[in-house]
Ligand binder design. Structure first.
Ligand code: NAX
Ligand code: K
Length: 542
């Protein structure tokens, strides 16, 4: 039956949404998941209550209802008398794959769907709850529940609770908060809850026990890779709300430190990537000539010149003042490895760590840590982005030749030994990311990206992501994914003739193919402008 061991840890609604989207990305359609969910519920109901001939499914209009309808289809097939009370009209069930499953059900002769559009209509069916049903399947609300329970769902929960029949909740007892286990208003008191994939956090809270009853987890076919491999689902961890009253700096002030007389372009790429990813104020701190080069080449960046040809102990003052105000510090690209530069790196990192800043450490700054044996600076909130050579300089060991999953395990062990809680993003054909307890793999990107400078781009994307994503491991995963996708879009257009700027320029597209913010932006327009654009058919109105 594919039941999962209950000891597997509980997840949040957000994590479940991430897994759903990544599963679809891996090619497993959500209809398959719903089929497995519904069949799982049906199997449990028929094995627990083999003599229950009459099954009442109470279905809401979302996908929780869809699970219930699929369960009803199987139970009918196995000889049960099934009645589905739908809390609305058939035409109101628009969510996919629930809508398709309702249509399938209606194609079958034995599918009895009764529409209860409001409380009054629902109450006319109360005998089904109180007298008729041998078992009731609660498929009103799952992880999509929001706010106070509206009618007719509210009355349906009351009727289910009044019934003496055994009650099975699909995924979540309707009304229970899936993340906290709180019941703000009311919730179904189930004898058994059949939840999908993993227990949701609220289900294992002590206070939820009277509602959850026995808890069973069903494997609905979400592969391990949906968690392991970064995909569009992970973008759910990003906050996109640019409120109307947003002001400059709300979306990140990033201190970007690097450049030297030998390398001038690297740090500019990092800053441009950070900017285009959505940071408000990436500020470059670089030796005098580098800063002036940047200023003359692009009006997009702010560059603070430091005295001299390289970052040094003596010119670190403006940097230290800058990082105090910054949300994120990115250090390393083009820095060089002079002794005084490395000393400046240690001072900067000590200060940034003490201030609790999030930090990206790349390129020469990684080497500097290895050379100075400063692994103690790698605290939670710090992300390093080495390739295999830089990792060798950092830890003094070679990356073994293993497959990506094994490399992930290997990296996890290394991070848990050297600097647990900080994140290492090991760049390669498959990027391998770990914080010492979890692993993520990124498969986006292509051989065209071995060109110098794409690592500097990743550092910039990551710096911005560290401001926009709570979990540094996820920030690193998303940054690797988006940078790789931008590189893939560039390669599709240009072949393997890429420059790092080709990658930078495709970062917006890399986001927009997965996240559609157009509607949100249209909504936020000044009203007369919005109406003007609609009138001239430059945007679509309602
Ligand atoms: N790929 C997926 O997304 C999968 C989803 N599954 C099922 O789908 C569920 C999530 O589906 P949805 O995201 O559609 O959400 P739900 O079906 O849990 O809830 C959304 C529906 O409930 C209504 N609603 C929300 N809050 C309400 C309130 N306070 N009072 C009255 N009505 C309210 C909404 O208008 C909407 O019709 C899961 O719990 C699970 O049962 C499973 O089939 C597995 C796969
Ligand atoms: K439910």
């Amino acid at each position: 039956m594919g039941l999962i061991n209950m000891s597997s840890e509980a997840i949040s609604v957000l994590e479940m949404r991430v897994l759903d989207a990544n599963t679809a990305y891996l090619g497993i359609d959500s209809r398959i998941l719903m089929e497995n969910a519904g069949r799982g519920v049906a199997q449990i109901v028929s094995s627990r209550w083999p003599n229950a001939g009459k099954v009442l499914v109470v279905a809401g209009l979302g996908n929780n209802g869809g699970d219930g309808i699929v369960a009803g289809r199987y139970l009918y097939n196995w000889g049960k008398d099934v009645v589905i009370i739908l809390l609305g009209r058939v035409s109101d069930m628009r969510e996919e794959p629930a809508a398709t499953n309702l249509k399938i059900c209606l194609n079958l002769l034995g599918c009895r769907v009764m529409e209860a559009r409001d409380e009054l209509e629902l109450l006319s069916y109360q005998d089904y709850f109180i007298k008729w049903a041998d078992v009731i399947i609660d498929a009103i609300l799952g992880i999509g529940v929001k706010g106070r329970i509206r009618q007719p769902a509210s009355a349906a929960i009351d009727l289910i609770n009044m019934s003496k029949a055994p009650k099975v909740a699909v995924d979540i007892p309707s009304g229970l908060d899936p993340d906290t286990g709180d019941v703000a208003d009311k919730a179904v008191k189930a004898d058994l809850t059949v939840t999908m994939h993993k227990a949701k956090r609220g289900l294992i809270a002590d206070k939820a026990k009277p509602y959850v009853g026995e808890l069973v987890v069903v494997d609905i076919g979400i592969p391990k890779e949906a968690e392991l491999i970064v995909g569009p689902g992970d973008l759910n961890y990003l906050t996109y709300a640019r409120r109307l009253d947003s002001k400059k700096g709300d979306f990140g002030r990033i201190a970007i430190i690097g450049g030297s007389r030998d390398y001038t372009g690297a740090i500019a790429l990092t800053a441009l990537a950070s900017l285009i990813t959505g940071a408000d104020l990436p500020i470059v701190y670089a030796p005098h000539d580098v800063a002036h080069d940047i200023r003359s080449q692009t009006p997009n960046l702010i560059a603070v010149p430091l005295e001299g040809e390289v970052l040094s102990k003596d010119n670190v003052g403006p940097v230290l003042r800058g990082i105090e105000r910054a949300n994120v510090v990115a250090i390393g690209p083009g820095l060089g490895l002079e002794k005084t530069t490395m000393e400046a790196v240690y001072i900067i990192l000590e200060t940034a760590v003490k201030l609790g800043k999030r930090i990206v450490i790349d390129a020469d700054a990684i080497k500097a840590i290895g050379i100075g044996k400063k692994l103690n600076l790698l605290k939670p909130g710090v992300v390093l982005t080495p390739h295999a050579g830089e990792l060798r300089e950092l830890l003094g060991i070679d990356v073994p030749k293993l497959n990506p999953i094994e490399t992930g395990q290997w990296l996890k062990e290394q991070v848990s030994k050297c600097c647990p809680g900080s994140v290492i993003l090991l760049k390669g054909n498959t990027d391998v990311i770990s914080d010492g307890s979890r692993i993520k793999l990124n498969m986006s990107g292509n051989p065209g990206m071995t060109v110098g400078g794409t690592g500097d781009v990743l550092t910039g994307v990551l710096a911005t992501m560290l401001h926009r994503v709570n979990d540094p491991l996820e920030a690193a995963a998303i940054a690797a994914f988006i940078t790789g996708v931008a590189g893939d879009l560039a390669a599709l257009e240009l072949g393997y003739h890429l420059t790092p700027m080709d990658v930078v320029n495709r970062i917006p597209k890399a986001f927009s193919i997965f996240i559609n913010t157009k509607g949100i932006i249209e909504e936020a327009l000044h009203k007369p402008l919005r109406e003007y654009l609609i009138k001239h058919q430059l945007i679509k109105g309602e």
